[in-house]
Design a protein around this ligand. Sequence first.
Ligand code: AHG
Ligand code: MN
Ligand code: MN
Length: 343
Amino acid sequence: MKHNPAIEKYVTSIGTTLDRFISLRQQEFPYAKGELSQLLRDIALAAKVVNLQITRSGLLGVEGLAGEQNVQGEDQQKLDVIADIRFIRALTRGQEVCAIISEEDEGMIDTGNHDGKYIVAMDPLDGSSNIDCNIPVGTIFAIYRRKSPVGTPPTIEDVMQKGSQQAAGGYVMYGASCMLVYTTGYGVNGFTYEYSLGEFILSYPNIRIPEDSNIYSINEGYTNQYTQGVKDFLALCHEKKWKGRYTGSMVADFHRTLLKGGIFLYPSSKDAPNGKLRLLYECNPLSYVMEQAGGMAHNGVQRILEIEPRDLHQRAPLVMGSPRMVEKLMQAIYKYANTTETK
Ligand code: AHG
Ligand code: MN
Ligand code: MN
């Protein structure tokens, strides 16, 4: 039907909502019968609620420390605990998830949904020590299919899967705008939250990381602690006058790296031989997104996604980003392979 063009100009398309996008992509999961789609919707719902609490945190009085430490001995922020509760609640009520691993909880959480086919590993609030300064924070999530039979309680084998087994991985960034970025193994897509509609709208379809760049992202304060290979790479960054960018919020640093290219690394150091970042719910989901966008993600010895997990909260050294930059770092590291200078 033909409408009056003078009026039609006020009726521009709002774009593709996350819900519609998920429905359109449903055929990519013929085995899933819609459960994975529902699970992604549950994550989006929890993200909206957490976003609401974060944007109002100063007004609601929920900034600051919770007064307790998590299982890794790190001070919990109130919002760490709030985000943990919100995501666990949404995933439990959604009924697709039988078990959850969270940075904030010591053991595997059995949701009681023993008919659920999926496992979620998550960092409910990443970069939370930045929250009082209004610097972007995020949620990181990895989704796996369970290995044990549906209808039985989840097992530890269900949650100890390699990153390459992910059914989906992604993150939500609570920044200048709230964004949800995820992959199911068919490229990476980014959605921006439209507050008044209450919808995530597709804003970054098929994200590809630039092959090369001139931005490096690392905590340079620990330089004396790094291996000689990493020190040499940093010397190269300085010599080339590349730009240093590091917020201390991995999701924010990752998002910039994805869109503008560059290298992000949290390598091993004398004090922290395995780095700081956790394999199951920080390194794996972001490595899946990175590789799906055409980037690389490594621990210096093997692809992050190929690491066999041994512990729910194990850490892994991490280097990821534009392939040409990651290769340069690897060359610097390999120069010292088999020598004591790597220590
Ligand atoms: P979390 O807030 O979930 O504990 O994660 C913080 C992480 C990550 O976001 C960031 O890249 C890194 O810690 C910063 O650590 P440093 O202060 O040691 O650089
Ligand atoms: Mn984190
Ligand atoms: Mn966290």
